[in-house]
Design a protein around this ligand. Structure first.
Ligand SMILES: Nc1nc2c(c(=O)[nH]1)N[C@H]1C(S)=C(S)[C@@H](COP(=O)(O)OP(=O)(O)OC[C@H]3O[C@@H](n4cnc5c(=O)[nH]c(N)nc54)[C@H](O)[C@@H]3O)O[C@H]1N2
Ligand SMILES: Nc1nc2c(c(=O)[nH]1)N[C@H]1C(S)=C(S)[C@@H](COP(=O)(O)OP(=O)(O)OC[C@H]3O[C@@H](n4cnc5c(=O)[nH]c(N)nc54)[C@H](O)[C@@H]3O)O[C@H]1N2
Ligand SMILES: [Mo]
Length: 763
């Protein structure tokens, strides 16, 4: 058994209180909660100024999530949500982590704190350095910090011994410069948070539709007949999506929700922008709720496909779009043959649903012409995730529900610029096409060998094959799986470096030497030698738009992310074909280079300045599938889950509370699930609790099982909840220690954060 270290949040209880589950999401409580957070962190006047600029044209892009803003109509003062307000408050906090702070608190002492306590310490004000063997970070100049990193990088046997991680808040401009620097240094080791997030979506969609992104625009919600929301909790993670769903319903769309949990936002909500409508209990969003078992989705979709097929056979031309199938797709024969090999009786038990319920869903799909399917982490973080998403595409293709108004794919992205970072080249396996253009534009030869993704990076560090870790944002040790294994991997590094706004656990679980480089946040003014700059980002629907902060920086010593990359490149690259200093003097120069390398950015500087920004080209949206291997949209053959639980075993999903942004913990409540002031909980079906002789709030220890290996997470309070039998849920990152490093999705290699096999023991 692996020993528990400070890499895991401490087993500390904060005083749980259980409440009734609220009847609806958003409404007055949400507005109150967002104001409390903002005023508590930054004060009233600055708080109002902040919220006024959030997601407005010429304001700054909300760092909360990647949900798009309306193209035209934007609510005055209110194009944000409770959790966006919390994200902004977190960045604009009054608290400061200065060199003095670090001389007072040692690293081992800070590591004993909970993630909530660590995060509340505030913004980091100056670059700091932790020499080998030392317990306190101490001040270092930017120049010395850059040359320290340069020495380590240039001392490696090969550039492939360095790893350059990116989290998804980094702007297009910073991301483009960063990948250029990394490739000029000589490696494709560019893992990113996407590897743990929508990688499965990218893999499935590229193969079937020829583009790794979703196909719809926000306006499609107003023209659709049916929206299916699978494996997603928008009430917490994309609250503004509820407004779009509400509008869609007003325009006559039906909504099916497929989720092991009845998430409050989806079941019922109150529109934050229409207080007059808050009388009563709010609007029912979901018309049909399928409480599927964890990872029962492929089985469910297969039954639906079989029911569609049956109906089409009984009443020809009533379900399928023949013209579309004939002209635009490839492989329907194989799909139909494969469906024959499954019996409905075999599939139904995997779903945990009754056949009647599934038939209701199939009937809705059969009878509607234009379908949108939305999904997030509930579908992407399983062994057969790529299969699940390809199965979604099968349904849409049969209906011809792609590339037309009101229909298509909607993978809902997480981090606010995670999609843009990929467009800019942050990926360990960018295409030769991209690399050729990069090389031609900058007159150098970039490496062609694919780099490490997140999981491969951890394994490489663990085997001493990688020795320097550089993180552009994020919180690597807490966001990645197998916490103790990852911590060991990081501790073996010669140097770990983090470009960060706020203190997090990855600064405290470090390599032999460690550096923290503090950067500007989204909400802050970015002034370079030619004057004030703005940055640009890409939202979940492929709109590129600008973002400009208006607050004074948290400290005079902060650099912007592009300036940090330039400083690093100037110190590291002995000769470079790039004038880094000039590029960061005015971000227009960076955008000109992006325009020269990446298709779709014509007249970038001009178009990004026009209020709403511009859409990137999207072949699936245009009904053109030439980029796939067959030149058509591909049907695919997919497999249901292979997980077989023994009687005493459970499947565990690790999810977000209403009070966190990934590893940043805003507060200790999960209001929409009725849990206050505690994070160390496990949600269980009451019948399962009975079987284990567990009472409400009994203390349990969790053990995960994988290929004969076991991992432990101790100290969780059991909560009876509406969840299918043998399914359980805990919060991320407390339970990451249970997710085995080798338990990843086929093809995408995404950690299986939503399906870990566990046993539960009462203390
Ligand atoms: N406030 C806030 N906003 C955020 C974030 C945040 O932490 N806080 N994180 C951002 C990021 S990076 C991301 S990727 C997104 C995440 O957004 P979500 O994907 O909504 O986040 P999770 O909490 O992981 O929720 C997963 C949902 O899938 C369901 N689920 C789990 N397993 C299955 C399954 O097998 N089948 C089905 N059908 N459903 C399943 C769970 O019950 C849950 O409702 O949100 C982004 N926005
Ligand atoms: N078990 C489990 N694990 C998961 C998931 C899960 O559902 N379950 N979800 C996965 C998903 S979807 C994702 S996306 C990853 C997230 O993984 P990461 O992106 O690595 O994690 P975050 O918690 O979002 O990173 C937060 C840190 O980013 C820094 N930061 C904030 N703003 C900025 C900025 O503007 N610039 C810079 N340079 N730094 C900034 C702050 O220091 C903060 O502490 O986690 C994954 N891990
Ligand atoms: Mo994510």
């Amino acid at each position: 058994m692996i020993k528990k270290t400070d890499a895991q949040p401490p087993e500390k209880f904060t005083g749980i209180e259980l409440t009734d589950i609220p009847k609806s999401a958003v409404g007055v409580k949400a507005i109150k909660s967002s104001l409390n957070h903002v005023v508590g962190e930054v004060g009233l006047v600055k708080g109002i100024k902040l919220l006024k600029n959030l997601n407005q044209k010429y304001g700054f892009d909300c760092p909360g999530c990647a949900w798009p803003d309306p193209d035209e109509k934007r609510a005055f003062l209110a194009e944000y949500c409770e959790n966006g307000a919390k994200a902004v408050a977190e960045e604009a906090t009054k608290n400061r982590v200065s060199p003095m702070f670090f001389s007072t608190y040692s690293v081992p002492n800070l590591a004993k704190l909970s993630d909530y306590e660590i995060g509340k310490k505030g913004r980091i004000t100056q670059p700091v350095y932790l020499p080998e063997g030392a317990n306190h970070y101490k001040e270092i100049s930017w120049k010395d910090a850059f040359s320290l990193i340069a020495d380590e990088l240039n001392g490696l046997d090969s550039p492939d011994e360095a790893i350059f991680y990116t989290s998804g808040r980094t702007s297009n401009e910073a991301a483009f410069l960063y990948q250029l620097f990394v490739r000029q240094f000589g490696t494709n080791n560019l893992p990113d948070c996407s590897n743990m997030c929508h990688e499965s979506s990218g893999a499935a969609l590229s193969e079937t539709l020829g583009i790794g992104k979703g196909s719809i625009t926000l306006d499609d919600f107003n023209h659709t007949d049916l929206i299916i929301v699978m494996g997603q909790n928008p009430g917490t993670n994309h609250p503004r999506m509820l407004t779009a769903l509400g509008e869609a319903k007003k325009n006559g769309s039906k909504i099916i929700t497929i989720n092991p949990l009845p998430e409050v936002g989806l079941m019922n909500y109150k529109d934050p922008q229409n207080p007059l409508k808050w009388v009563g209990s709010g609007q029912d969003l979901t018309d049909l709720f399928l409480q599927v078992k964890i990872n029962g989705d492929v089985a469910l979709l297969k039954i639906i496909l079989k029911l569609m097929l049956k109906k089409e056979e009984d009443t020809p031309y009533s379900v399928f779009d023949y013209d579309f199938i004939k002209n635009k797709t490839h492989g329907i024969e194989d799909l139909l043959d494969d469906l024959e090999t499954y019996s409905i009786d075999y599939l139904v038990p995997q779903t945990g649903l009754s056949l009647e319920k599934i038939k209701e869903a199939a009937d809705l799909i059969i009878n509607k012409k234009k379908v949108i399917i939305c999904w997030a982490m509930g579908l992407t973080q399983h062994k057969n995730s790529v299969d699940t998403i390809r199965e979604i595409v099968n349904i849409l293709l049969l209906k011809g529900s792609i590339g037309k108004q009101g229909a298509g794919t909607c993978p809902v992205r997480g981090h606010s610029n995670v999609q843009g970072d990929r467009t800019m080249g942050i990926w360990e396996k960018m295409s030769d096409d991209f690399l050729d253009k990069l090389d031609a534009n900058f007159n150098f030869k970039s490496p062609r060998k694919h780099g490490f993704d997140v999981v491969n990076s951890i394994e490489a560090m663990h085997k001493n094959k990688a020795k320097v870790f550089f993180g552009m944002g994020g919180n690597f040790v807490s966001a990645t799986p197998d916490t103790e294994f990852t911590a060991e991997a990081l501790r073996k590094c010669n140097l770990t470096v983090h470009v960060s706004t706020k203190l997090n656990r990855s600064h405290l679980i470090h390599g032999k030497k460690a550096l923290i480089l503090p950067c500007l946040g989204r909400s802050e003014k970015d002034i370079q030698s030619t004057g004030e700059q703005f940055i640009s980002v890409e939202n979940s629907m492929g709109v590129i738009h600008n973002s400009q902060g208006h607050l004074n920086p948290a400290s005079e010593h902060l650099l912007s992310e592009p300036a940090i990359v330039a400083g690093l490149a100037n110190a590291t690259l002995k000769k470079s074909s790039v004038n880094w200093t000039k590029l960061v003097s005015n971000y227009d120069f960076i955008r000109n280079e992006i325009e020269a390398v990446i298709p779709g950015f014509e007249n970038y500087n001009e178009r990004v300045r026009v209020g709403k920004g511009f859409y990137l080209p999207n072949n699936a949206r245009e009904n053109d599938f030439k980029p796939t291997n067959t030149g058509k949209a591909n049907f695919s053959i997919n497999s249901p889950s292979e997980i077989k639980l023994e009687e005493n075993q459970f499947i565990l999903m690790t999810i977000r509370t209403h009070d966190q942004f990934n590893t940043t913990i805003y507060g200790l409540n999960d209001r929409y699930r009725g849990v206050l002031n505690e994070r160390r909980v496990i949600f269980m079906n009451p019948k399962d609790m009975q079987k284990l002789h567990l009472e409400k709030l009994d203390l349990v220890d969790l053990t995960s099982h994988f290929n004969g290996e076991v991992r432990e997470a101790k100290g969780f309070l059991a909560i009876p909840y509406s969840i299918p039998e043998q399914c359980t849920a805990t919060y991320f990152p407390e339970a990451n220690v249970l997710v085995p490093i080798k338990s990843t999705a086929d093809i995408s290699n995404t950690p299986n954060s939503k399906s870990t096999i566990i046993t539960i023991k009462k203390r």
